[in-house]
Design a protein around this ligand. Sequence first.
Ligand code: 4AD
Ligand code: MG
Length: 430
Amino acid sequence: MRKVYIDESAAYVGQSVVVEGWVTHYRSSGKIHFVVIRDGSGVLQCVIKSANMPVEGIGQFSELNQETAVRVTGVLHADSRAPIGVELEVQSLQVIGPSANYPIAPKEHGVDFLLDHRHLWVRSPKQAAILRIRAAIIHAIREFLDRHGFIVADPPVITPAAAEGSTTLFSLDYFDERAYLSQSGQLYLEALAMALGRVYSFGPTFRAEKSKTRRHLMEFWMVEPEMAFCEFEENLIWQEQLVAYVVEYVLETRQQELKTIERDTLRLRTVKVPFPRISYDEALERLQAKGFDLKWGEDMGAAHETALAEMFDRPVFVTHYPADLKAFYMQPDPSNPKLALAADMLAPEGYGEIVGGSQRIHNLELLEERMRRHHLDPEVYNWYADLRRYGCVPHSGFGLGLERVVAWICGLEHVRETIPFPRTLNRVWP
Ligand code: 4AD
Ligand code: MG
């Protein structure tokens, strides 16, 4: 007998098949019993018409509790009322794994309860839909970069020094030395770009952020492209092309999931290149005109980013930040060295910074000066400075935070639902 996944079952109408999955609902109306099962690919209604049907593993149908794992054999019938256009008439049913008193009933639970049961919560339709959209976003990112000649290259996760400032490092004992979990693979990617031209990494990064906000995780996934012979403007073009492609791909391939999570997709359809670009100075003017009391040299907070993003119908780049607000490796603007050739991409609808990038310093003396200003130990970064000693070229790159992009595309309140097992300020469990 052919085993089919629910999302392909419409192709087997009229045939006898086996479907394996978990019970989401059971109800009986007299002699007829209805069992709805899901298998990860879709949801299928199964109808039991005969009370004498062979059943293995349980005493009676009413034991088909939520999350009971079953193997069902039967004939697929076309049914225009069913969401996937087919229904299964059951011939035999076998319980593979019983389930009793499943703690997450289809009713409202508090978020702490749900997070304590995250290992089960991931089975609920909305959470599963989000994870399927996350997978599509990962696929689209890789596809875009692979297709454009970027070589995936994997920087280490265990590192000897900070890439993005020493205040958010997670440290660990590395035998007799101190080591840290990577905040960003960028410094290594710069080395790899000099070997391979265009490279990217895609993996978990770690920040001991003492911030309990809806945008911060302690462990999050970042894609980091890095390009040799690439200056500031070209870097922005890569970023907007990538983000526009990802949105288009999700709209095309994840209609069903977007519907399940009730996402208003009109707000996503306007995400087309080019994205607007405004300088930090212009952002400041716009914010001051809205009544914000933000002075030159101060960093923008969530409220500022939200207000700015509201002025546009697609993501917006804020460029040319004061250099002192940004990381040590950023190239100063040649026409005003107080500014960095850096840009943040702010997402619409209050999701804040989803991408941060810059042109990198390629001159040795300048890099050494910036390292001194940031009190960095030249010994520790000597290998990084080496890149400026041997054929260094203008190069640029960026980091896109996967969970923030998933939160924005899915329209979620908080990043904790965008990753299978979130690590937040107060939670490293389950
Ligand atoms: O702006 P960030 O700190 O940039 C870097 O790490 C650069 N080295 C990247 C590069 O140029 N290769 O982080 C990049 C992005 C942010 O725009 C944000 O989307 C995400 O990573 N991000 C976080 N996401 C979730 N939780 C956190 N704590 C995050 N911190 C940064
Ligand atoms: Mg940033």
